[in-house]
Design a protein around this ligand. Structure first.
Ligand code: GLP
Length: 243
């Protein structure tokens, strides 16, 4: 695992954007696995800035997102579809037809998860997967206790995740209780993985996930077994890792 220490959120975002843009430059028709949450917003802003300067071209890029709330329409400003269009897709020259997320409005979980998983396979897999990290060690929406061998599936969100995400909704009751997410197995099949972390509140989980035992109780800990993981974190988030 490569660890890059950034001074702050802006520096973390810039370093992560550098790694993503290197991927796009080296393989213009790459498949990027993308993430939502507050952590990647700065990374996307940096990519947009470089695109606007003429330094990046997304015309041949394909994207697959990690997850989507079940039951939220695309027009809901808390859907990950909306988030991705707002924070990246609508601001760069990516072909919207080449951007993919699970369809939260498909009520048949089995059908939707099978469709999404086979889509990823038909694209030849993910070249570079971007990941944030939940406070309980979740990646995508793979909550603690989930089997490592799962592919895309429907999950019940844990109380803590609902709590953490309620700031974006009118109340905790409005936060969807389920989501579709790539499974750990899907994530582990990505050729490269880039994890970004920021802030003191992530310091404990970063130390546990990357330097503690590999266990389903900390879903991100499985990343220790991947052969091409890069962790970019700011000083606060990396403050508890061993020297
Ligand atoms: C959500 C997303 C995850 C994300 C996590 C952390 O639960 N499904 O993909 O990594 O939040 O979010 P944040 O970056 O806001 O801390």
């Amino acid at each position: 695992m490569q660890i890059y220490k950034a001074t702050d959120y802006k520096d973390m975002s810039r370093k992560a954007a550098n790694i993503i843009s290197a991927q796009v430059i080296m393989k213009p028709n790459c498949v990027l696995g993308l993430a939502t949450g507050s952590t990647p917003i700065g990374t996307y802003q940096q990519l947009i800035e470089w695109y606007k300067k003429g330094d990046l071209d997304f015309s041949d890029v394909t994207t697959v997102n990690l997850d989507e709330y079940k039951g939220l329409p695309r027009t809901n400003d808390q859907s990950y579809y909306y988030f991705m269009h707002q924070n990246l897709f609508d601001q760069v020259n990516i072909n919207p037809e080449n951007t993919h997320l699970p369809n939260g409005m498909e009520p048949n979980s089995e059908k939707e998860c099978a469709r999404y998983e086979s889509l990823i396979h038909s694209l030849g897999g993910v070249d570079l997967q971007l990941l944030g990290l939940g406070h309980n060690g979740h990646i995508g929406f793979n909550e603690p206790g989930e089997a490592f061998e799962k592919e895309t599936h429907c999950i019940d969100l844990q109380e803590r995740t609902i709590e953490a995400n309620k700031r974006f909704f009118a109340s905790a009751d409005d936060v969807p209780k389920q989501a579709y997410t790539m499974g750990i197995k899907t994530i582990m099949q990505a050729k490269k993985i880039l994890v970004i972390v920021s802030g003191e509140d992530k310091a404990d989980i970063v130390a546990k996930a990357f330097f503690g035992p590999v266990t389903p109780a900390v879903p991100a800990s499985i990343l220790q077994m991947h052969n091409d993981v890069t962790l970019v974190g700011d000083e606060a988030a990396l403050s508890k890792i061993p020297r």
